[in-house]
Design a binder for this molecule. Structure first.
Ligand code: ZN
Length: 238
């Protein structure tokens, strides 16, 4: 027999689990349309990622490295703006046909709704010791001789201790998005969002979203994009 108090606790616990799993599986949340649950001021993160980053930031500071996030959560609206602008540039200015334009965009940018930045679990990091540095997200700046080499070395040795993994590594066999030495994912949270994303009906989702070129996002295209772009990442994050 369970008494009244225990019963209420159990009920409360079950409601919490139900709400949590619904939130994770909600397509608007996964695709960056609804993002009310994030924390932070100008740069917003999912709460577990936020606190894990704070710990990593403190540890880095003790070693003389200033971790600075330049991109955290990005909304569907923002990603759509980037996408539509690039699509117009490639189709109008460079006269590419729509399929070639889409393939060119997805070398570096995600289709809105599929960005890992929608989740608040992914961050782009630079070294805050160089505030005047321009065009910061360039791979060569993170390699030997580059301005962010010390930062990169610190992250390679320490980030996984705090749950952050490099997403788009430089494995030559990897397809999809190019090498991004600055982009890290908070593993335990991002894995749940990834699972929810690949189980979503994206073909249905892309309709009525005012995305340029969406009429070319048929089932074959989406399956290939999921396999080669969204899933061809650091295997630790799958
Ligand atoms: Zn990024």
């Amino acid at each position: 027999m369970i008494n009244g108090t225990k019963f209420l606790f159990l009920l409360f616990f079950l409601i919490c689990i139900k709400n949590y799993s619904q939130k994770i599986m909600n397509i608007d949340f996964v695709t960056g349309i609804d993002h009310n649950d994030l924390i932070g001021d100008s740069l917003k993160l999912e709460s577990k990622t936020f606190f894990a980053f704070k710990k990593m930031e403190e540890a880095a500071k003790k070693d003389g490295i200033i971790l600075k996030i330049v991109s955290a959560h990005r909304s569907f609206g923002r990603q759509s703006f980037i996408w539509n602008k690039k699509y117009d540039k490639f189709t109008k200015q460079y006269s590419l046909n729509p399929i070639d334009a889409i393939n060119e965009i997805v070398r570096f940018s995600t289709i809105p709704g599929t960005s890992r930045h929608h989740w608040g679990t992914d961050i782009d990091i630079i070294d805050g010791k160089y505030p005047d540095e321009k065009n910061v997200l360039m791979s060569e700046k993170y390699l030997k001789g580059g301005v962010f080499y010390d930062l990169k070395k610190w992250l390679s040795n320490n980030s996984e201790k705090y749950g952050f993994y490099l997403t788009y590594n430089n494995d030559p066999k990897r397809k999809g998005f190019e090498f991004e030495p600055w982009h890290y994912s908070y593993k335990s949270s991002s894995k749940k969002y990834l699972k929810a994303l690949i189980n979503s009906d994206l073909e249905k989702f892309f309709k009525n979203k005012n995305l340029n070129g969406y009429e070319y996002f048929d089932k074959n295209f989406i399956d290939k994009y999921i396999l080669e772009n969204i899933m061809d990442i650091n295997p630790d994050l799958k």
